[in-house]
Design a protein around this ligand. Sequence first.
Ligand SMILES: [Zn+2]
Length: 302
Amino acid sequence: LAFNVTILGTSSMVPTRHRGAPAVLVEHAGEFILVDCGEGTQRQMNIAGKSRARIRKVLLTHWHGDHVGGLAPLLQTLFNGSYEGTLELWGPAGTRQRMGHLACAMEIELDRIRITELEPPLDSVQVFWANDSYQLSCAAMRHGVLTVAYAIATHGRRRVDMQRAAALGLSPGPLVGQLQRGEVVESGGRVIRPEDVTYWQPGRKLTLVTDTTPTQEIVELARGADVLLCESTYGSEHEDLASAYNHMTAKQVGMLARKAEVGQLVLTHFSQRYDSVQPLLDEARSEFPETIAAEDFLNFQI
Ligand SMILES: [Zn+2]
């Protein structure tokens, strides 16, 4: 299990009776990465039974109010409580200045936050953080204001096929460890190469895209992802609105998922005009069958 994902809000622009403002919680190795923080995110976390104290990273896509409206109150809660360590926060260029404005207006302890601004070059995906377990990457979107989309991916690793290893006379131990690290070993007078007994297990990948018009960068950022969680603000009947407001239709999103060859597409960020999002789901599925529509508190593992 690489990621435990909880979608906290699935509305666009305004919260509705059944849908909160945008926010997604990604759990990896016991820590939380929060992607966007719409108003009401704290309450959504309460309902989902997720502890705020475990948030270690915040990734902001852009500074439209529906995506950041819950940030100041969340930070106040964290730093008034028993939060330990430094919170890491990333966002598009301008994020540091905007965080300064928030801190002036609402008494936020900025010295407890490490802010990094992202300016991914056009037409490419930028890896901006990694440890030995996973990496974070981003790409520039087109939404009228500076916007980035994110991918969270665990590293692939070499695994030992113990049946094949045993057939060559190896048992668990240091030699197997060396093979796993890609080293050639000698056992019982014979040379064993990593490719004789190991295989490559690819990492897991989640791509989160909101808000934007369709771009090639989405395809690059989502390429091969196990799950693409993507805005799907409108149906094709409102393609003109989608284009005017720099959003996407479900059909456009389905086409991107197909091009990127993702495993599963999850639609979110729905216009409040849709009481039922079934028409959007049908539309996306006509392009990419492996599609579901998110509800608030949808939880899935990758
Ligand atoms: Zn927006």
